[in-house]
Design a protein around this ligand. Structure first.
Ligand code: C2E
Ligand code: CA
Ligand code: CA
Ligand code: CA
Length: 278
């Protein structure tokens, strides 16, 4: 027995060791990625369920690893969060999104707002000043940028967070609450925060319209968000059935493979120029 337990322990610690090594490797390679221009933003359109038109997009980070190819943010964002590297990554994302919006504006494109994901770690007292700086340098109007934040921030929920949010909103930036329903905040709790958009997490969209529980959750979120006068975006919409159900509920926007996967800037620009519709 003792031998068994010991080898199980050895096995376990070996696994931990591997994980730690993997993290270290990703961390150091990420630092290089920042320096060597291996990062890129993809854009996934958000479409209005009423007009069928593109009314926004979410910028999603991609890493073109010289050996491993395209690495998913699901792999490297958690490592970046743990190591604090997310601050540098986050700054890079803000710079790049503003640079791209400026370039599109200069090319006379009519641009819907572009949403950028913010880590909770980026959310501090300096954020409004950092936002003002990057917008100013690229001559981008705050209405062009939306910030997607997650519920973990609200749960941390001090006066501080509300004050910073109010500052951002006063500057003209819009805030969206990402992955709604997966965290701990209740809808009633949401009233305290100046959030204009709720994004229903993909995990509740997957089962529509066949899973009763998912339908009930989606319905509850949409109904209450309407009362709070928030826009509702359903993420991860893949089927026409999901779309019809969400439209009937009164959901405002859809984002998902049904309309488009996240695509490079040029492809998104083409969709805008061609007026691609749902
Ligand atoms: P998220 O913010 O919830 O982004 C939505 C994710 O769902 C994206 O995954 C997108 O590609 C995927 N998705 C969209 N529509 C569909 C669909 O119809 N079906 C399926 N199966 N998936 C769909 P992605 O790009 O791999 O990003 C994963 C997560 O990584 C994001 O989840 C976000 O939390 C994080 N992330 C990505 N870019 C950034 C960034 O610039 N900063 C930070 N802090 N986090 C980021
Ligand atoms: Ca997001
Ligand atoms: Ca999301
Ligand atoms: Ca999600």
């Amino acid at each position: 027995k003792a031998v068994q337990a010991e080898s199980a322990f050895l096995f376990y610690s070996e696994e931990m060791n591997q994980r730690a090594k993997e993290h270290l490797r990703i961390e150091s390679e990420l630092r290089q990625a920042l320096q060597h221009d291996e990062l890129q933003l993809y854009y996934q359109p958000k479409v209005s369920l009423r007009s069928g038109r593109i009314v926004g997009a979410e910028a999603l980070l991609r890493w073109r690893h010289p050996v491993r190819g395209l690495v998913s943010p699901g792999v490297f964002i958690p490592v970046a969060e743990e190591t604090g590297l997310i601050l540098e990554l986050g700054n890079w994302v803000l710079e790049e999104a503003c640079r791209q919006v400026r370039a599109w504006k200069d090319a006379n494109l009519i641009m819907p707002p572009i949403a950028v994901n913010l880590s909770a770690r980026q959310f501090d007292r300096q954020l409004p000043a950092r936002m003002a700086d990057v917008l100013q340098r690229h001559q981008v109007h705050p209405e062009q940028i939306m910030l997607e934040i997650t519920e973990s921030l609200l749960v941390r929920g001090t006066e501080n967070v509300v004050a910073i949010m109010n500052e951002l909103v006063a500057m003209g930036l819009a805030l969206a609450l990402d992955d709604f329903g997966t965290g701990y905040s209740s809808l009633a709790y949401l009233k305290k925060f100046p959030i204009s958009t709720l994004k229903i997490d993909r995990s509740f969209v997957i089962g529509l319209p066949y899973e009763e529980n998912d339908c009930a959750i989606a319905r509850a979120i949409v109904t209450m968000a309407q009362q709070l006068r928030q826009e509702i975006v359903a993420e991860g919409v893949e089927t026409a059935e999901q779309m019809s159900f969400l439209r009937e509920l009164g959901c405002d926007q859809l984002q998902g493979y049904l309309f488009s996967q996240p695509v490079p800037a040029d492809d998104f620009e083409r969709m805008l120029r061609e007026g691609k519709r749902l």
